[in-house]
Design a protein around this ligand. Structure first.
Ligand code: A2P
Length: 275
């Protein structure tokens, strides 16, 4: 079964599951991308900060899959925020990818202490309106950052990509997105591999004859989220996309809800992060 798409608030369709390429070496990336495309992935999530946009672009160019059939996301790094700087950084990203348009461009972190994310957002709106980006969004934005963008520009992000995995489920943030018409995308959806030994997940996995990683990704799919598991390994990559022919029951969804914990965050807190 192929990966279903979700329709964003601007009408653009995104495959609900994609490949994250954080921590992949640029030189290794083209081969990994070709493997992913062979395995059926049509959505790749990179960022300027990952240092592998050129590798992603080469992987896409070398494959038999047409560019327009692949949904590619990249992100603006923190030191490039600001109206003019955003436009320059976007040109560099597109140049490294070797593309003439990008599917989704995100502001990587809000960096509230620097107070540049509104002017950054204005530049992204213009790039989108000029036809150079199909959809624009943000990452790691808290509800007050999102509300400010909407209040000052009249434009809600299509997506907010946030840390989200069984130990850190972000129910309040998801509810805020729903109210604002913003799609939630999960980064570190597998909790960077650490959540997978959880006995609730392994028990549900055994019942369905799948892995704990597959249960986790299926849980995100059934919540209506976009998810981008990272794997550099061919077999695990295939395993992660194979989550469309089993279904978790309401009881199992409720069991997974219990894994959430106040101490579950792995990454930085966006309210104070400044790097
Ligand atoms: P690898 O690249 O060797 O497969 P996240 O997407 O939450 O950041 O998690 C990525 C981490 O989880 C990576 O270390 C990755 O390692 C590992 N991983 C990815 N898929 C699986 C899987 N199906 N089972 C176990 N570990 C996985």
């Amino acid at each position: 079964m192929s990966v279903p798409t979700l329709t964003l608030n601007d009408g653009i369709k995104i495959p609900q599951l994609g490949l994250g390429v954080w921590k992949m070496e640029d030189a290794e990336t083209p081969r990994i991308i070709r493997n992913a495309l062979d395995a059926g992935y049509r959505h790749i999530d990179t960022a300027a900060a990952y240092g592998n946009e050129a590798g992603v672009g080469r992987g896409v160019a070398d494959s038999d899959v047409a560019r327009e059939d692949i949904f590619v996301t990249s992100k603006l790094w923190n030191d490039r925020q600001g109206y003019d700087e955003t436009k320059r950084a976007f040109d560099e990203t597109l140049d490294k990818l070797g593309f003439d348009y990008l599917d989704l461009y995100l502001i990587h972190w809000p960096m509230p202490a620097r107070d540049k994310y509104v002017e950054t957002w204005r530049a992204m709106i213009e790039l989108r309106d000029a036809g150079r980006i199909r959809a624009i969004g943000v990452s790691n934005f808290l509800p007050d950052h999102l509300e400010r963008l909407i209040e000052e520009t009249g434009e809600a992000p299509a997506i907010n990509q946030i840390e989200l995995h069984p130990r850190f489920q972000q129910a309040d943030q998801r509810a805020a997105h729903e109210k604002l018409g913003i799609t939630t995308e999960c980064w570190s959806p597998l909790g960077q591999g650490e959540a997978l030994a959880n006995p609730i997940l392994t028990e549900i996995a055994a019942r369905h004859g799948v892995s704990a990683a597959q249960v986790t990704l299926r849980w995100q799919i059934q919540l209506g989220l976009v998810t981008i598991p990272k794997s550099a390994n061919h077999e695990r990559m295939r395993e992660n996309i194979d989550v469309f022919d089993f279904e978790l029951s309401e009881h199992e969804m409720a069991q997974i809800k219990q894994i959430d914990t106040a101490a579950g965050r792995i990454g930085p807190n966006p309210a104070t992060a400044d790097f």
